[in-house]
Design a protein around this ligand. Sequence first.
Ligand code: PRP
Ligand code: ZN
Ligand code: MG
Length: 226
Amino acid sequence: IGGGRDRLRIAIQKSGRLAEPARALLTACGLSWRESRDRLFCYGESLPIDLLLVRDDDIPGLIRDGVCDLGVVGRNVLVEQDIALTRTGAGPAFAELRALGFGACRLDIAVPDTWDWQGPPQLAGLRIATSYPAILQRWLDDQGIEAGVVELSGSVEIAPKLGQAEVICDLVSSGATLAANQLRPATTLLQSEAVLAGPAHAFDDARGALAELLLRRLDGVLRMRN
Ligand code: PRP
Ligand code: ZN
Ligand code: MG
């Protein structure tokens, strides 16, 4: 793949909800690629802008390590990892360059649908299952609430039934997963959508001009869509 500084490398989700819309958006910006056999790396043809197809959770780390220059990722993932890094004294590591208008969802606290929800103080002393421990803990601190944070990497909605937690904090899009698990949204911690993410500092080489060109085209495409 090589580490040239005269090409721009963008990480996008390989498969999942953001994968197709991310590619479609970049195609609308005039980018095209020569597909490689393994299809995890796509060499830019119309412009020196390459794609790396990865897991969404890996995208912030790839930007931080300089493996990729930009990424299309959910704001939820970007903010979670930015808070976690900032805590270690290493952040802020990322910049949200543009909101992209697709992949909208909310990071919500959800409670059993039989509960009479009275507000955040009701969470004191409970266990909350989530894949977003940093965002959740920051919100709990802001609210002055002490609660247990149970970190799970998936299937968070089943945690109350399994007795791992009383409530959850997870992404809600249509709400179908919550409903299927007898949960209902109680309060929103973060409004999310797909964003174009980059490093906190500007590029000081040829990638700067490429990134600016891409952003100008992106702004044109986003304006036409709205
Ligand atoms: C997300 C999220 C919820 C679900 C919400 O999971 O974690 O489980 O979607 O969507 P809904 O409100 O439309 O039901 P996803 O299917 O993306 O998989 P993941 O949890 O493994 O990332
Ligand atoms: Zn994911
Ligand atoms: Mg899920």
